[in-house]
Design a protein around this ligand. Structure first.
Ligand SMILES: NC(=O)c1ccc[n+]([C@@H]2O[C@H](COP(=O)([O-])OP(=O)(O)OC[C@H]3O[C@@H](n4cnc5c(N)ncnc54)[C@H](O)[C@@H]3O)[C@@H](O)[C@H]2O)c1
Length: 256
């Protein structure tokens, strides 16, 4: 028996999630599947995506995975339309996929910059553009754009990534103004340092652990499920009058 919330409004809701095969996105897919939502998720990690889809469907969930590179906008839009044909028009969109590849400012090329914007920002707008007509017709919907505390806390070696992540706030706020009159909400979910497999493998060493202990007000570590619970709330009717806001889930990281 779960000790966390079950949202009646999420049962049967068609939801689209990007980057759902691993990391936070996997946690988001699992969380919506557990609520009984109809989940369509994309990722380039085909094996992991298929495995997750099979595991959740075997447990009685309604989940569809498609291998899709979200930087190919035409392919991504067509995949979202396939999900909608199967599940019905999406009422929640979780723009989660990103790539936080470290980079030195001296070495950034125009091509790297464009690729970073493509994988971290561009797809979020075009996914929204794809699901919005269905949300307008339904007079409801929730779009959740993923930000990051990295730019707020002056993380270096990440300028192309943080520029994209900061852009999510502008995207959320302008789009919230455009679609609010249709009952559609657009918010930014801002994770702190989340203990995903990728973070644990690449970045969370003894120094990082000391930093987390110093900077986080709350003891302990954040995991994908902690972020997923905020995504559930933002998709559910429980947040139906909340739009154009930032939701920082970082264990109380010192931003000063
Ligand atoms: N983990 C953290 O500490 C942290 C902190 C702040 C913000 N975030 C944000 O949370 C979100 C998820 O981050 P994460 O840590 O789980 O990342 P991750 O790298 O662990 O997972 C990202 C997922 O997106 C997929 N993906 C990458 N490029 C893709 C592409 N071109 N097309 C389709 N799928 C693609 C990957 O295969 C992977 O499954 C991101 O928006 C990230 O900016 C994460």
């Amino acid at each position: 028996m779960s000790e966390f919330a079950v949202y009646p409004s999420l049962k049967g809701m068609p939801v689209v999630i990007s980057g759902g095969a691993s990391g936070i996105g996997e946690g988001v897919v699992r969380a919506f599947a557990a609520q009984g939502s109809k989940v369509g998720f994309v990722d380039i990690a085909e094996e992991a995506g298929r495995k997750l889809e099979a595991e959740l469907n075997a447990a009685g969930a309604t989940v569809k995975f498609a291998r899709c590179d979200i930087t190919d906008i035409a392919a991504y839009q067509s995949t979202i339309r396939d999900f909608e044909a199967a599940h019905g028009p999406a009422l929640a969109l979780v723009n989660n996929a990103a790539n936080d590849l470290r980079h030195k400012w001296e070495e950034v090329t125009p091509e790297f910059w464009d690729q970073s914007i493509a994988v971290n920002a561009k797809h979020a707008f075009f996914a929204a553009q794809t699901v919005l007509p269905g949300m307008v017709a339904a007079k409801r919907g929730s779009i959740i754009n993923f930000g990051s505390i990295s730019w707020m806390i002056l993380t270096g070696n990440l300028a192309a990534y943080t520029a994209s992540k900061a852009a999510m706030h502008g995207l959320s706020r302008s789009l919230a103004r455009d679609v609010g009159k249709h009952g559609i909400r657009v918010n930014t979910l801002v994770p702190g340092w989340i203990m995903t497999e990728r973070q644990l493998t690449h970045w969370v060493d003894d120094t990082a652990n000391r930093l987390i202990d110093e900077q986080q007000a709350l003891a302990g570590r954040l995991y994908p499920a902690d972020i997923a619970r905020m995504a559930l709330f933002l998709a559910a009717d429980d947040s139906k009058m909340i739009s154009a806001q930032d939701f920082v889930v970082d264990g109380g990281w010192a931003h000063g």
